[in-house]
Design a protein around this ligand. Structure first.
Ligand code: ADP
Ligand code: MG
Length: 476
């Protein structure tokens, strides 16, 4: 007796359900509709291209096994993709993105579009009641404008790239625009400034700012409530998407995957993506290589800590804006004593302002000194890479020169790796900077060292004890 497409599909589903994670099954397989079975060709309808890509990439082996079992060795699969209304591209439109056919031996897979999905049905994960397509709340903070972003040597490149993007979203070489730099240096401010500017110059464009954490929460929620398609469709509507603190994606494989596909689609349809990160693309860990290589495509623009002049300028700008009176002496004092980041500079100014209101007086140098004193004392002393090298050498009775030499003797290699491991975990130096200091190695060597040491700590108890002892010395 010959089975029809629905019966075959049901059998395939039972087969696949036994083999994969229940959440994944619910997310990626339940929304599929079997359309027809002609001889050995089964056609299934998937809700969007994302589904097609995810299935091809992650589940094709299961699907193939199921099809062979229930349709036969010659089985073939065809996809039909539901298209958004008003966007019925020619078949060629799709092919750009397809994984090469030789990836699997289900040959002649064809994809066709079927119209009909109504955009009004799209749910917005930000849950704004009464949402219409172009009425997405961009989640922007109106204070973060370009005008309020003081320019200095430390941020000139990033600032002008951001302005270029804001003038011409999706049409510059900076797509994605990748802004990176230490905490409190203005990444969020700059990324938001682009959004504000775009909204002013192109009110019809849909802009959205989202933190990576929020994006991940929405993604998990979409999986939980089986609304992945709404989630993806929503993000596909955005013309300018700002994703803040992308380093948070590290190690989150599922979200990285979704993000990667979203990213592809946005980019291919001329949308603008703006990413911020506290690390350079090369120093991001536990990120899929294909994502990293995309990050490098655009222009990674770094923001450095502000120099003294810029710190003075930033303080003056904020003081003028707040309409308070502060003497140059005080500004000078603040700018020379707080040199870590702009957020602390602002924090000091806010404390000063507060003190001057309660004391109902002018802001004196003494007040400024007490504020700075508290701020600086609160910041924890950071150990340096040099100090770590010294401590590790002392512990193993080695000379620093030996540690930094080219020798490949096992004990020395290991001591070097330990120093790299601690430098990575206890300082804010980049992998490349650590490598350069410890034996002129590159960032990949440092990364490898960190993994090796972490593995050893987990598997070797004696070794773990040694690491604990060194750590205690470093922290004392
Ligand atoms: P990040 O996202 O890099 O951690 P933020 O963008 O949140 O840093 O910046 C921290 C604070 O410092 C914000 O209030 C921001 O407005 C301010 N800030 C940073 N850089 C500048 C600058 N160049 N000019 C004016 N304010 C700045
Ligand atoms: Mg930020």
């Amino acid at each position: 007796m010959k089975l029809d497409h629905e019966e075959v599909w049901r059998l395939c589903l039972d087969f696949i359900q036994k083999a994969i994670d229940p959440m994944a099954f619910q997310t990626w397989f339940e929304p599929i509709v079997p359309l027809k079975l002609e001889q050995v060709v089964l056609t299934i309808q998937v809700p969007s291209l994302y589904f097609y890509e995810i299935i091809e990439e992650q589940y094709i082996d299961h699907l193939r096994a199921a099809l062979r079992k229930y349709v036969g060795e010659q089985a073939r699969l065809e996809y039909s993709v539901v298209m958004e209304k008003g966007r019925k591209p020619a078949a060629g439109d799709f092919s750009v993105n397809f994984p090469t056919a030789n990836k699997t031996d289900l040959r002649n897979r064809a994809v066709s579009g079927t119209g009909g999905q109504d955009q009004k049905g799209i749910k917005n994960p930000f849950v704004i009641p009464g949402i219409k397509k172009l009425n997405v709340d961009p989640q922007l903070n109106s204070a973060y404008t370009f005008d309020n972003f003081v320019e200095g040597d430390c941020n000139r490149l990033a600032r002008s790239a951001s302005q270029a993007v804001a003038k011409n979203p999706g049409k510059t070489a900076f797509n994605p625009l990748f802004l990176y730099g230490g905490s409190g240096l203005g990444k969020t401010h700059l990324a938001q400034a682009i959004g504000i500017e775009v909204k002013t110059s192109f009110p019809e464009k849909t802009v959205l700012y989202v933190s990576t954490n929020k994006f991940m929460t929405q993604y998990m929620e979409a999986i939980r409530s089986n609304t992945m398609n709404d989630f993806l469709n929503f993000y596909q509507m955005i013309d300018v998407l700002i994703v803040d603190d992308i380093q948070e994606l590290a190690g989150k494989v599922g979200t990285q995957n979704t993000f990667f596909h979203l990213f592809n689609h946005l980019q291919q349809s001329g949308k603008q993506l703006i990413l911020t990160s506290d690390k350079a693309p090369a120093d991001l860990q536990e990120m899929e290589e294909r994502l990293l290589s995309r990050f490098k495509w655009g222009l990674p623009a770094d923001i450095q800590a502000p120099d003294f002049e810029t710190r003075m300028d930033i303080l003056r700008h904020k003081i003028r804006k707040d309409g308070i009176k502060v003497s140059d002496e005080v500004i000078h004092y603040l700018a020379s004593h707080i040199n870590s980041n702009v957020r602390e500079l602002e924090g000091a100014l806010i404390s000063l302002l507060f003190l001057s209101t309660v004391q109902k007086g002018e802001i004196t140098l003494e007040t400024a000194m007490s504020v700075v004193d508290k701020l600086v004392r609160r910041t924890v002393r950071e150990v340096s890479v040099d100090y770590i090298q010294e401590t590790v050498c002392q512990y193993y009775g080695l000379e620093i020169e030996t540690l930094q030499s080219k020798t490949r003797k096992r004990e020395i290699v290991q001591a070097r790796q330990i120093a790299m491991y601690f430098s990575k975990n206890m300082t804010s130096s980049s992998l490349s900077a650590i490598g350069a200091k410890i034996g002129k190695k590159d960032h990949a060597t440092v990364l490898h060292a960190c993994k090796t040491i972490s593995n050893l700590i987990e598997t070797d108890r004696d070794f773990k004890m040694q690491i604990r002892e060194i750590e205690a010395q470093l922290k004392s």
